[in-house]
Design a protein around this ligand. Structure first.
Ligand SMILES: Cc1cc2nc3c(=O)[nH]c(=O)nc-3n(C[C@H](O)[C@H](O)[C@H](O)COP(=O)(O)OP(=O)(O)OC[C@H]3O[C@@H](n4cnc5c(N)ncnc54)[C@H](O)[C@@H]3O)c2cc1C
Length: 381
C-alpha cells in the first residue's frame, strides 16, 4: 500500500500549508478573542469548516483525503482548531444522516456559521458505560415531549444553544429500543445547568436538570426508539474525531526538543522511553491511515474507531507523563502557560492534568477494550 501523497494531494497540501501560513494567528495572538473570531471567519470563507460535508448543506465538499490533509496541516502548524466542536464533529453529521429536510435546513447551516453551540446529553449519574440504562424520560403529550431527569458531565452545556439529548420514550425488556434523540433548545423553561469543577481548575462540564421541559415533537431526530442506532453512529464519529484531532506528533517533537535542551537525551532510560513513544506515534499514524481508508470506502467501522481512540488517549497520557519526567522540578510551574516553549499555549502541568480525562471521555478504555474483544476479535462475553 502506498501511503504517500498522490501529485494532486501534494498540490492541495502545499496550497493548504501556504493558506495556513498566511492566515493562522501567531502564538502571541492566540488568546485574543477578536483574532480567534477572525481566524474562524477566514476558515469558513475558505470552505474549511465542514470541509467534507456536502455542498448542498453548506459544506466544502472536499474529499476525506483532503479533509485529512487539512487536519494534518493545521496540526503541524499548531493552529487553533476548526471552530464548531460537537456540532461539527457528530451532531451535524447525525442530522445530515437522520434528519428531516426541515431539520437539516434549520440546524446544519447554523452549525457551519458558528451560530449554534451544541452539547451532548447522554451520561447520567447511574448511566455512563451502561448508557442504555438511562432514566431521563420524554413522555409524549400531544405535539410535545415532556422531559424529566438529570444528565451529568455535559461538556459546554453552560455555553450551548442546543442539546443532543438521549432520552427514554418507552420502557421494555430491550432497554435500547426505548431510546430517542431530541434536539433540545437550551433556552426552554425547566432546564437548569450547574457547572462542575475539574482537576485542571476549569469548569468545562456540567450537571443538567430537566423539569417538565416541553420539547416540540418536530425536534425529534429520526423515529421514536431509533435513538440507540443514531447514538452508536454518533459515537463512532466522536471516537474517530477524538483520535484524529489529537496532535501526538507535535507533542513527541516537543519532548525530544526539551530532552535535547536540558541534557536528558543522553540518559539511556529517557532515550528508551522516547523511543517507545516514537514507535507508538508511528503505529498511530498507520492506524489512522486505515481509519481514513474506511471513511473513503463509506464504511462505519466501530472497531477501528474504538482502537484508535483507546490507543491515542493512552499515548497522549504517556507523552504528558514523560514530559513531566524530563522537565523535573520545572514542571511545577503550572500557572505559567509559557513555562516551556516546546508545547504551544498550554503548560505541561496543565496538559498532564487535562489528559487524565481522555481515557474516560467518549467511553472509557475498559469499554473500548470490550468492544475490540467482542466485535473485532470475536471473543466470548
Ligand atoms: C472530560 C469528559 C467529558 C465528558 N463529556 C460528556 C458529554 O459531553 N456528554 C455526556 O453525555 N457524557 C460526557 N462524559 C461522560 C463520559 O462519557 C462517561 O464518564 C463515561 O462514559 C464513563 O461513564 P461513568 O463516568 O458513568 O463511569 P462508569 O460507567 O460508572 O464506570 C466506572 C468504571 O467502571 C468501568 N466499567 C464500567 N462498565 C464496565 C464494563 N462493562 N467492563 C469493564 N469495565 C467497566 C469503567 O471503565 C470505569 O473505569 C464526559 C466525561 C469526561 C471525562
Amino acid at each position: 500500500m502506498d501511503l504517500s501523497d498522490a501529485p494532486h494531494e501534494h498540490a492541495f497540501r502545499v496550497q493548504v500549508r501556504d493558506w495556513i501560513a498566511a492566515h493562522a494567528p501567531r502564538p502571541a495572538e492566540r488568546r485574543d478573542p477578536a483574532r480567534l473570531r477572525r481566524w474562524a471567519q477566514d476558515l469558513r470563507e475558505a470552505g474549511f469548516v465542514g470541509a467534507s460535508w456536502p455542498k448542498e448543506y453548506g459544506g466544502g465538499s472536499l474529499t476525506s483525503e483532503q479533509q485529512a490533509i487539512l487536519n494534518e496541516e493545521l496540526a503541524r502548524a499548531d493552529a487553533p482548531p476548526i471552530p464548531g466542536g460537537m456540532g461539527l464533529l457528530w451532531v451535524g453529521p447525525a442530522i445530515i444522516r437522520y434528519g428531516t429536510p426541515e431539520q437539516k435546513a434549520r440546524y446544519v447551516p447554523a452549525i457551519l456559521r458558528g451560530e449554534h453551540t451544541w452539547c451532548t446529553g447522554y451520561s447520567e449519574p447511574n448511566a455512563g458505560s451502561d448508557l442504555a440504562s438511562l432514566r431521563t424520560s420524554a413522555v409524549r403529550d400531544g405535539d410535545v415531549y415532556v422531559v424529566n431527569g438529570q444528565k451529568i458531565w455535559t461538556t459546554v452545556a453552560h455555553l450551548s444553544n442546543y442539546c443532543f439529548l438521549l432520552a427514554r420514550t418507552s420502557d421494555g425488556p430491550a432497554k435500547q429500543a426505548g431510546l430517542t434523540v431530541l434536539l433540545v433548545d437550551m433556552t426552554l423553561p425547566g432546564i437548569e445547568v450547574r457547572p462542575l469543577r475539574q482537576i485542571t481548575g476549569d469548569c468545562e462540564f456540567n450537571e443538567v436538570f430537566f423539569s417538565d421541559v416541553r420539547v416540540p415533537v418536530d425536534a425529534r431526530l429520526g423515529d421514536e426508539g431509533q435513538g440507540w442506532t443514531i447514538v452508536r453512529s454518533a459515537l463512532v464519529d466522536e471516537r474517530t474525531g477524538m483520535a484524529a484531532s489529537i496532535r501526538v506528533d507535535k507533542d513527541l517533537d516537543g519532548l525530544i526538543a526539551l530532552a535535547r535542551r536540558n541534557g536528558k537525551s543522553a540518559d539511556p532510560v529517557t532515550r528508551q522511553k522516547i523511543a517507545e513513544l516514537a514507535i507508538g506515534c508511528h503505529v498511530l499514524r498507520w492506524s489512522s491511515a486505515r481509519m481514513l481508508s474506511d471513511l473513503l470506502h463509506g464504511r462505519l467501522n466501530p472497531g477501528i474507531a474504538s482502537s484508535n481512540k483507546y490507543f491515542t488517549s493512552n499515548l497522549l497520557q504517556a507523552l504528558s507523563e514523560a514530559v513531566l519526567d524530563v522537565m523535573g522540578m520545572d514542571a511545577l510551574l503550572y500557572e505559567q502557560p509559557d513555562a516551556s516553549p516546546d508545547f504551544g499555549s498550554a503548560s505541561p502541568g496543565y496538559r498532564f492534568l487535562y489528559n487524565r480525562c481522555l481515557t474516560i471521555a467518549g467511553g472509557t478504555s475498559e469499554v473500548q477494550r470490550n468492544i475490540m474483544a467482542q466485535r473485532v476479535l470475536g471473543l466470548p462475553r
